[in-house]
Write a protein that binds this ligand. Structure first.
Ligand SMILES: [Ca+2]
Ligand SMILES: [Ca+2]
Ligand SMILES: [Ca+2]
Length: 754
């Protein structure tokens, strides 16, 4: 590296020579070895070695549990005003804890009502006349009826009670004989009307919503008679007064059409008497993008039915979960007004299901927008998310194209770019401080920085933003530094502008840092011109010669780059006019966004890590949890923030270019957020975290310069603490399952919710 000052070899040798012998030969040998190790950082070959080692470390710890590659992918699409549905049958009646639905995509929500044959959902029982007719009870809209038994024997009319099993939920049901028990039952209910206390639908034999002498008369008429009920329900249908004849499902359930008030049970088109039960439906409304949603059932049943409300969406898989998180095998799935062949996709990939789910097999936080939009770009569908320019989503799409549509594929490009940031940090550190130890410290800290790690693994676009902005800073700073030595290299400015425009094509926020760079560049140039040029006109001429005119030319190229990232947007059927319209749309979105969020935090609180963002949680078994929080490594953030004071002092007192650069870019990228009224999050601070790292590096580098011996141990101690804290927090920044007690012990403040 030309122009880089490095610690010279003899300095160390002298140092080592003067060590007192009392240190012991082992420690002395160890010290010599460590010093030699550091000395090896002296060559470019060692630059690459350090970069490769640090990058490999980061890549390995990021990628090994990034996400599954084999996930349920066959889906069923629903687009319906409601009414259809399906039911799943189990091999036997089991205690069902929950049904879990893997939503592939929902336009709004998938709404449905679910039912089981559990006593908790039983509402009432009634018996039709021999003609199969009865009114629909006034027990709420959300009910389903079930045909239990049939009878075609007139002698059974009036047999309303006295039964034992198999209907544990019901207090009154027939036993096959009309006797004194039935008489007593009707007598008890006498003189009540529907809805009153003591009302029982079973007692209303003559169906007129009141229990009176007529009902009692029927029993008296048939007293002493016996008969047998028919359990075989083949050929049964139910006709409703609003029209439509429905066939019961395998368990006898029949959906009640809206507006119906009466019904008739039929067998082979002939009315027949029936005992009918009514069950409550539970309503659910689910939304999401490739994520699991759990429906609490807690019932004993061998069947679970789903009746769709007005819905639009796609479901990938459904599992039934029993006690102890066990996935209960589904024996079959049947449609209610839906072809059975279509529905098999809901239960065909049971072996690929991770339950309880973790981030390994589903989307979390803003992935629901970015993965979705990336997938849509790949399929040339209308992109869902349009509040940021397309480049970030196109990069995500590249990963999906190579590794397939799965959590690993969604996230791998983020890890790649997060890894590539390590060499950028190294070289920016080298340029800023001109020592290899500083380059090493900066890139080492970057490996173990929480936000860099967490944001690198989530499939959002911030990693690309920071990568491009850092690269842009690297070229800007090199240009600035060279031009202060009167070596103007416009190629550097070109790359600085291009990387800025790539960042700008991902998120507009890189503009803040770019403005900082341009102001700094102009300021430095003007300061130089104030010395050399006397007249203002010639100063302005010079200023236009550079940096303004090359910057302007490169910006034009940058604008072309920016708009070319919209080509895929045009490929899905948008005109150039739409592309311009999208610019205003994006601006309007951010300018008028008034949403609030429990994990939003004011800009000034960011360096303190006051409000980490809780990205994901899934409670597993045995007190384990998979949780992901987005926060900073406190040892880097708090120390780095404190070191900023040192850097500010150095930039003011010593006019040190590197210090001025760190301070200017840090504050230009940060203070812009003071002007923004929309709700902002800790991750908006991400582009500034490298500068906290550089602030910490600046101080450590100074210590190193003053005393190699103490510097070495102070730096080593600091880096060890950083790694130790990273190790402690690894489960909660990665989502690796850990004990809840462990996770809770890491919550140093009440605001640290994860
Ligand atoms: Ca499937
Ligand atoms: Ca009876
Ligand atoms: Ca009656």
């Amino acid at each position: 590296m030309p122009g880089v000052r490095v610690p010279s070899g003899p300095f160390f040798k002298n140092d080592i020579k003067h060590e007192p012998d009392s240190c012991g030969s082992f420690i002395r040998r160890l010290k010599i070895k460590m010093m030699l190790l550091v000395l090896r950082l002296d060559t470019l070959k060692q630059d690459m070695t350090v970069i490769v080692i640090l990058s490999s470390v980061f890549f390995s710890i990021s990628v090994w549990n990034l996400g599954q590659m084999d996930i349920p992918l066959t889906t069923v699409k629903f687009q319906t005003p409601g009414g259809e549905g399906f039911y799943v049958l189990l091999n036997s009646s089991e205690r069902i804890v929950s049904v879990n639905v893997l939503l592939k995509k929902t336009a709004d929500c998938i709404r449905f009502s679910a039912y089981t044959e559990s006593p908790e959902e039983f509402v009432c029982v009634m018996k039709t006349g021999l003609d199969g007719c009865f009114y629909l009870p006034r027990i709420g809209k959300n009910i389903i009826l079930k045909i239990e038994l049939l009878f075609d024997d007139e002698d059974l009319v009036g047999d309303q009670t006295g039964g034992a099993q198999p209907f544990p939920a019901m207090t009154a049901y027939p036993d096959g004989r009309v006797d004194a028990k039935d008489l007593a039952f009707i007598n008890d209910c006498l003189n009540s009307v529907e809805g009153w206390r003591g009302w029982n639908y079973m007692a209303d034999i003559n169906p007129d919503r009141s229990i009176n002498g007529m009902d009692l008369g029927v029993v008296l008429n048939n007293l002493g008679k016996t008969g047998t009920y028919i359990k075989n329900l083949t050929g049964v249908t139910v006709r409703f007064d609003v029209g439509g004849e429905k066939t019961p499902d395998e368990k006898g359930f029949v959906q009640i059409p809206p507006g119906a008030t009466r019904f008739t049970v039929m067998r082979n088109k002939q009315p027949i008497g029936a005992m009918v039960t009514f069950w409550e439906l539970r309503e659910f409304s689910l939304d999401g993008y490739y994520c699991w949603r759990s429906i609490h059932i807690n019932a004993e049943s061998s069947c679970i039915g789903f009746i769709l409300g007005p819905s639009s969406g796609e479901i990938a898989e459904i599992i039934v979960v029993g006690m102890g998180n066990r996935i209960i095998p589904i024996s079959s799935i049947k449609g209610i007004g839906i072809d059975n062949d279509v529905l098999k996709n809901l239960v065909d990939e049971q072996d690929k299901v991770e339950y309880p789910p973790t981030y390994m097999s589903e989307t979390y936080f803003d992935e629901i927008y970015f993965v979705r939009t990336a997938e849509e770009y790949l399929k040339l569908e209308e992109p869902y998310e349009c509040v940021h320019p397309p480049l970030g989503k196109l990069i995500i799409a590249t990963g999906i194209a190579v590794f397939g549509y799965n959590p690993f594929g969604w996230r791998i490009m983020g890890v790649m770019f997060a890894t590539l940031m390590i060499p950028v940090m190294y070289f920016l550190g080298l340029r800023l401080f001109e020592t290899r130890i500083a380059a090493f410290v900066a890139s080492f800290l970057w490996v173990f920085e929480f936000m860099h790690f967490t944001m690198g693994r989530i499939s959002t676009v911030d990693t690309y933003v920071v990568f491009f902005s850092l690269l842009s800073h690297l070229f800007f700073f090199t240009y600035l530094k060279n031009s202060s030595k009167n070596k103007v290299d416009n190629r550097l400015l070109f790359f600085a502008t291009i990387f800025f425009s790539l960042g700008f094509s991902t998120k507009w926020t890189v503009l803040f840092g770019f403005i900082g760079n341009v102001l700094l560049l102009t300021g430095f140039r003007l300061k130089g011109l104030m010395k050399n040029q006397v007249k203002w006109s010639s100063r302005i001429d010079e200023l236009i010669r550079y940096p303004i005119s090359p910057l302007f030319c490169f910006l034009v190229i940058g604008i072309i780059v920016y708009f070319s990232t919209f080509i895929p947007y045009m490929m899905v059927g948008h005109s150039l006019l739409d592309v311009f319209g999208a610019q205003f749309g994006m601006y309007r979105y951010h300018a008028t966004l008034e949403a609030t969020h429990p994990f939003a935090s004011p800009w000034w609180s960011w360096p303190l890590i006051r409000t980490p963002i809780w990205f994901y949680v899934s409670y597993l078994w045995n007190g384990m949890v998979s949780t992901i929080t987005c926060m900073g490594n406190p040892v880097i953030w708090w120390f780095g923030t404190a070191c900023l004071a040192f850097v500010i002092a150095k930039s003011v007192l010593k006019r040190d270019v590197a210090s001025i650069y760190i301070v200017s870019i840090f504050f230009s990228q940060w203070l812009f957020y003071a002007l923004i009224s929309r709700c902002v999050f800790l991750y908006h601070f991400y582009p500034n975290v490298p500068f906290l790292v550089f602030a910490a590096t600046a101080l450590l580098n100074d210590v190193w310069r003053r005393s190699k011996k103490y510097g070495f141990f102070i730096i080593a101690a600091y880096l060890i603490i950083v790694v130790a804290v990273f190790y402690l927090y690894y489960p909660v920044i990665s989502g690796m399952p850990c004990q809840i007690a462990w996770k809770d012990s890491l919550r140093l403040f009440d605001n640290w919710i994860f």
